[in-house]
Write a protein that binds this ligand. Structure first.
Ligand SMILES: Cc1cc2nc3c(=O)[nH]c(=O)nc-3n(C[C@H](O)[C@H](O)[C@H](O)COP(=O)(O)O)c2cc1C
Length: 329
C-alpha cells in the first residue's frame, strides 16, 4: 500500500489517526506528526455549538501550520445546521470534513446523532446532501459503526451506498455497533462487507494496536487504509510502524525508554504552550499514564503527577522516573 486518495486530498500514507474527544488535541497531533503521522483529525465538534460560536468549541479547533493535512469531524442531526457548520470549518482551512456516525455517548444518541443516525438512512441522506452542497472544495467523508443495534453490518452498507451516491469520497468503518462496548472485538467482516458494497475508499478501524493488527485488518477486509485510535495514545511511533508494514518495508526500531521520555516531555511542553498551564496540568495526569503504561513504577508516577503543584514539578517527576528506569539523565 502506497498512499491513499480521498477525493482531491492525496495522502502519502494509508494510516490515519482516529478522532478521540479530549485526547487528539493539537499537542497530541504535533507529537505524533513529528514521529511520522501523515494525516490527523481534530476532536469532534458539535454543529450546534459551532454555529452558536461557543468559545469552548472554537478552542477545540486550535491548530498550527505544522498540523497539516488535518480533518475536522462534525456531529449533528439537522442538515441546515450541519451545512452551516461545514462552511465555517471549510473557511477555517481544514483539508477534509468528516461526518460522525459513530458516537455512542447516551446524550448524543438520545438526540438522534452519531451512531443512532445509522437507523435513520433518510435523515443521513439529507445530511450528506446538505453538507456536500455547502462545501466548495474540500472532500467529505463519514465515519460509521457497523450499525446502531443491528449487528449484521447491513446498516453500515446502506449508509455507505448513500454516501457514495451523494459524492462522499471515503468512509471509515468501525466494526462495532453503537450499543457494543470495547469488550466485544471489532468485526473486520463488517468492514469487508462495506468494502464490497462501494467503490470509494474504505478505511478499517477498531482494535489496531500493532502493525500485525493493521495487516490483519487489511487481509480480512481488503480495506484501503487503516485508522488508529487508542493504540496511538502514548505511542506516536505506531503510525510509522504500521505504514512500514503496509508497504512491506523494514520495521523502524521500537522506541527506547529515552524516546518515550523525550516524547512525553515534548507533549508536556506543547500542552503548556498551546493550552496553558492549568489545562496542561489536568491533561498531563492522563497523558503521563499513556506513555508509561506497563513500565516499572508507572502507577507511582501517576499518583505523583496528580499531586504535583505545577508543570515544572511534573517535568522533574517525569525526568526522575525515566532516570530511575534507564539509569541515565
Ligand atoms: C476517549 C475516546 C474518544 C473518542 N472520541 C471519538 C470522536 O470524537 N469521534 C469519533 O468518530 N470516534 C471517537 N472515538 C472512537 C475512536 O475514534 C475509534 O473509532 C474507536 O476507539 C475504535 O478504534 P480503536 O480500537 O483503534 O481505538 C473515541 C474513542 C475513545 C476511546
Amino acid at each position: 500500500m502506497r498512499g491513499l486518495a480521498l477525493g482531491s486530498l492525496k495522502l502519502p500514507s494509508n494510516v490515519l489517526q482516529s478522532p478521540m474527544a479530549d485526547c487528539t488535541d493539537l499537542p497530541f497531533r504535533l507529537v505524533a506528526r513529528q514521529r511520522g503521522l501523515a494525516m490527523a483529525c481534530a476532536e469532534m465538534i458539535s454543529a450546534n455549538s459551532l454555529v452558536r460560536v461557543s468559545r469552548k468549541t472554537l478552542d477545540m479547533l486550535k491548530t498550527s501550520a505544522e498540523d497539516r493535512p488535518l480533518a475536522a469531524q462534525l456531529l449533528g442531526h439537522d442538515p441546515a445546521v450541519m451545512a452551516r457548520a461545514a462552511t465555517i470549518l471549510e473557511d477555517q482551512g481544514f483539508d477534509l470534513l468528516d461526518i460522525n456516525l459513530g458516537c455512542s455517548v447516551p446524550k448524543v444518541v438520545k438526540n438522534c446523532e452519531g451512531s443512532a443516525l445509522l437507523e435513520e438512512p433518510l435523515k443521513v441522506g439529507r445530511i450528506f446532501a446538505a453538507v456536500k452542497k455547502a462545501l466548495r472544495k474540500i472532500p467529505l467523508t463519514a465515519k460509521l459503526r457497523k450499525g446502531f443495534k443491528d449487528e449484521s453490518g447491513d446498516e453500515a452498507v446502506a449508509v455507505a451506498k448513500l454516501a457514495q451516491a451523494e459524492g462522499l469520497v471515503g468512509l471509515v468503518v468501525h466494526g462495532r455497533t453503537g450499543k457494543q462496548n470495547y469488550s466485544v472485538p471489532a468485526d473486520h467482516k463488517a468492514v469487508a462487507k462495506v468494502k464490497e458494497a462501494v467503490s470509494i475508499p474504505v478505511i478499517g478501524n477498531g482494535d489496531i494496536f500493532t502493525a500485525e493488527d493493521a495487516l490483519r485488518m487489511v487481509q480480512e477486509s481488503s480495506c484501503d487504509g487503516v485508522m488508529v485510535g487508542r493504540g496511538g495514545l502514548g505511542n506516536p511511533w505506531l503510525y510509522k510502524e504500521i505504514e512500514a508494514a503496509l508497504q512491506g518495508a523494514q520495521a523502524p526500531p521500537p522506541p527506547s525508554a529515552r524516546d518515550k521520555r523525550d516524547a512525553l516531555l515534548q507533549h508536556l511542553d506543547y500542552e503548556v504552550l498551546h493550552l496553558g498551564e492549568r489545562q496542561a496540568m489536568l491533561n498531563m495526569r492522563r497523558i503521563g499514564a499513556w506513555y508509561t503504561a506497563g513500565l516499572t513504577h508507572a502507577k507511582q508516577l501517576r499518583v505523583e503527577l496528580c499531586g504535583a503543584p505545577d508543570t515544572a514539578a511534573m517535568r522533574e517527576l517525569i525526568e526522575a522516573f525515566f532516570c530511575r528506569l534507564c539509569g541515565h539523565p
